[in-house]
Write a protein that binds this ligand. Structure first.
Ligand SMILES: Cc1cc2nc3c(=O)[nH]c(=O)nc-3n(C[C@H](O)[C@H](O)[C@H](O)COP(=O)(O)OP(=O)(O)OC[C@H]3O[C@@H](n4cnc5c(N)ncnc54)[C@H](O)[C@@H]3O)c2cc1C
Length: 463
């Protein structure tokens, strides 16, 4: 075996794995379907010199191994920033996670009803998002925030969503482990007895978040690895027993393969394996970004803000300056507006039809004083930003993973998109570091395992 590894997808997961394998002397080939590397962690640099990430992107980890890896990769090109996230609710900007000082800004009747929810507990009857949230935080907070925000975000009813979306989503939005979100009582205690948590993030000093992937890509290339962009896998050349021995790309190149790691779309993999209708399908949500450059500065100091009201079209806005002032031209403000949708929807097909809606939203949200202050706007369509955790997704994903493992003996799924995992960059990094360790140990012994042996994320998929 020559140790020829092909990695599909040049996002954080694929590049971290390629970095480790190339460091050990292998020469991986990465195949990326987009014109640029970085996946969901890429950045956009426009002629106006502003740099935008895909929504708010910053590094945060409690894992010392991952922390060290980020520091080693970015070296001196790293700054530490304090978190400042907010929630727009009832016409007000409130800190998120909410603090004692701001609890009193909420309508008093709502506060009383939320407190009564503590006395009349709700027992979850299903594994749904709805039941999970009501059991943990009560009906009042569910109706006031979780339901309208989630249904707007995913365009899916909360009773048909799996509780995993809630568990991952609440952790993702809260971040700081000092805020105990395990129940309404614990949350209230956190709010009453702790100060606003001072979470620290890491962010590149130059460029946007995408600098991390750019550095990894440079290292991989310098060690003899290859990265093909704008390239798709057209076909696998497969031997008896399901062993992939080559990958044919859309440009007609055949790349020899001893092992394939797939961090790309699972629907594309189903097509490559000519899956029958019995093999479950899973669905992703996509995002349209409206990246604005406007004159003047906004007074709200947030890095990102959630917009909970159902009748506000926008899910979240982030302000690149508050991650790093150097990525925004002087005297200007950059605003990254996220609108989630499905591919093929009206928003996806013709986002410019909605820029007027976005701009009047900015006026109402007090983030723009006049439409004349808009200097520049770029639209980015980003595929598969989130896995859709429908109520029956564990069964489907287990069926799909089983089919992958039975179809190919030397293909492993990695990363957020490849493992249908609502994760963060640090999780993709941690998992790829573990995959690399296991793979290299097996490679040194001369006996590689089947793909499922290299699935290294720390999430559970309930039976
Ligand atoms: C709006 C938003 C905000 C986020 N904020 C943060 C944050 O603040 N902090 C944080 O740590 N994480 C954040 N994340 C999560 C983070 O972006 C991801 O966890 C991470 O980038 C996942 O990397 P990955 O390589 O596992 O997957 P991906 O980035 O999805 O990489 C998969 C790659 O495969 C490519 N691909 C797909 N199909 C094919 C195919 N058929 N052939 C070839 N290539 C293919 C894709 O183009 C992509 O480059 C955020 C995510 C989103 C969407």
């Amino acid at each position: 075996m020559n140790g020829q590894v092909v990695i599909i997808g040049a996002g954080v997961a694929g590049l971290t794995l390629a970095d480790r394998l190339s460091e050990a002397g292998l020469r991986p080939v990465l195949i990326e379907c987009e014109d640029r590397i970085g996946g969901l962690a890429r950045s956009f640099r426009y002629p106006n010199n502003a740099i935008f990430d895909i929504g708010p992107h910053r590094f945060h980890t409690d894992d010392p191994v991952v922390h060290r890896y980020i520091e080693t990769t970015l070296g001196d090109n790293l700054i530490t920033i304090d978190r400042n996230s907010q929630l727009f609710l009832f016409g007000k900007y409130l800190p998120w996670p909410i603090t004692l000082k701001n609890v009193f800004a909420l309508p008093p009747t709502m506060m009383i009803r939320a407190a009564l929810d503590l006395i009349v507990p709700h027992r979850a009857a299903t594994e749904s998002f709805e039941d999970y949230i009501i059991e943990k935080y009560g009906r009042t907070l569910y109706r006031a925030f979780f339901k309208p925000y989630t249904e707007k975000f995913l365009d899916y009813t909360c009773s048909n969503l799996h509780r995993d979306w809630a568990e991952a989503g609440v952790n993702r939005a809260t971040i700081d482990k000092k805020v105990d979100t395990s129940s309404l009582g614990a949350l209230i205690k956190s709010v009453l007895f702790s100060k606003n948590p001072q979470t620290k993030f890491l962010y590149p000093k130059t460029g946007g978040c995408g600098t991390f992937c750019d550095v990894l890509a440079e290292k991989v290339r310098a060690r003899g690895g290859r990265i093909l962009t704008g390239a798709q896998v057209k076909e696998f050349a497969v031997e008896a027993g399901g062993k992939i021995r080559g990958v044919l790309t859309s440009s007609g190149e055949e790349i020899a393969a001893d092992y394939v790691f797939w961090s790309g779309a699972l629907d594309a993999l189903r097509l490559l394996g000519q899956a029958s209708d019995d093999v479950p399908r899973v669905h992703y949500i996509s995002t349209v970004l409206f990246n604005y450059l406007v004159s003047g500065r906004i007074s709200q100091g947030f890095q990102w803000c959630y917009f909970g009201d159902a009748d506000m079209e926008v899910d979240r806005i982030s302000v690149p300056r508050n991650f790093n002032p150097d990525i925004v031209p002087a005297g200007k403000e950059a605003l990254c507006i996220e609108v989630t949708c499905t591919e093929g929807s009206d928003t996806w097909n013709d986002p410019f039809r909605y820029d007027c809606v976005i701009e009047s939203f900015l006026l109402h949200a007090r983030l723009l004083k006049s439409l004349d202050h808009v200097d520049d706007m770029h639209v980015e369509r980003v595929r598969r930003t989130y896995p859709l955790y429908a109520l029956n997704y564990p069964r489907k994903i287990r069926g799909l993973f089983r089919w992958v493992n039975e179809t190919w003996s030397n293909l492993a799924l990695i990363g957020r998109t490849g493992r249908f995992w609502y994760n963060n960059m640090d999780h993709s990094i941690a998992a790829s570091l573990r995959v690399a360790d296991r793979f290299l140990a097996d490679y040194a012994r001369g006996s590689l395992a089947r793909g499922e042996a290299y699935a290294a994320e720390d999430r559970h998929l309930e039976a």
